[in-house]
Ligand binder design. Structure first.
Ligand code: GUN
Length: 294
């Protein structure tokens, strides 16, 4: 039987409606949540992500400050911009779109963002707090994955989860969240990566597969246990002459094959993507709310 499709657009829309109410409540108390978005250079994929993030802010009433600066910007210039936003009370969240040009040290940039405004959850302070189970800004894509699972009624407690990919943005944090002693965790997690000896053997054991490898067709039907839940975090551009843009987006999972074996599956696009932006809005609203409780 074909899998149920986990509709990320619908779940995201519901969460954004909840956030819209929170923004209205904040505004009634004189606080407009503000997000500073910084894009260095003109990578086409990054440009479209940043535009989508700003549009989503506008739709729910968050103020966004758009900062698109040339690829030739020096690291010191970028650090100075971050410092301005760290000090700006109108700004509750700062997002520097990654990847950065080669001449800029990503670690130094992430470290410069005030952890209290780190709505991406990439600052080592927030990463550390997450790992030890303290309150922290959770990184948006893995947090979105957890929300999709929870809101689709997937049982995490005791589940065998296989995460494919070990990036700092997805693989490592999602694995960490899933092992926490919490209703959003309590899973048994295996992380596979490019040096894993027998990927299929691991994936075959999984009740839940989270594919975040960045390579099309990493997960195929014969690897998946019947009835498994499959979350596809991949966003890969592949050439498609039939499209006006000349490309189309595919995930890391062979969707057509795997949907015949899985019990639930996310599509690409329309699965994890809309959730990533929603969790950014969530963190920004949370940061603005914190200014009231001070
Ligand atoms: N590049 C790819 N994903 C992300 C993300 O979640 N945040 C930022 N800042 N850059 C990214």
């Amino acid at each position: 039987m074909a899998a149920q499709i986990i509709d990320g657009k619908q779940i995201a829309a519901q969460m954004r409606e909840e956030l819209k109410q929170k923004v209205a409540a904040l505004k009634a108390k004189g606080v407009t949540p503000g997000l500073a978005v910084v894009l260095v250079g003109d990578d086409p994929a990054s440009k479209s992500y940043v535009t989508a993030k700003e549009k989503a802010c506008e739709e729910i009433g968050i103020y966004s400050s758009d900062n698109r600066i040339p690829a030739t910007t020096t690291q010191n210039e970028l650090l100075a911009i971050i410092d301005t936003f760290n000090k700006d009370p109108k700004i509750h969240g700062i997002l520097v779109q990654l990847p950065l040009p080669k001449h800029i040290n990503e670690d130094a940039v992430l470290l410069a963002i005030d952890p209290k405004k780190d709505v991406d959850g990439f600052h080592p302070v927030n990463v550390g707090r997450m790992v030890v189970g303290q309150e922290a800004y959770l990184p948006c894509t893995p947090h979105g994955v957890i929300q999709l699972l929870m809101r689709s009624g997937v049982k995490l407690d005791g589940a065998e989860v296989v995460v494919v990919g070990r990036s700092n943005i997805v693989g490592k944090p999602v694995a960490n969240m899933l092992i926490q002693k919490a209703p959003t965790g309590n899973a048994t997690v295996t992380i596979c990566h490019t040096r894993t000896k027998n990927l299929a053997e691991h994936v075959r054991r999984a009740d839940i597969v989270i594919a975040a490898a960045g390579r099309p067709n990493t997960i195929t039907a014969e690897m998946v246990k019947p009835g498994a839940v499959v979350i596809d975090v991949g966003v890969n551009r592949i050439d498609d002459a039939s499209k006006k843009s000349g490309f189309r987006l595919v995930g890391d999972v062979d969707f057509e094959g795997v949907k015949e074996k899985a019990s639930q599956i996310t599509p690409v696009p329309g699965g994890v993507g809309p959730m990533t932006i929603t969790m950014l809005l969530f963190n920004t609203v949370q940061s603005a709310e914190k200014t009231l409780s001070k």
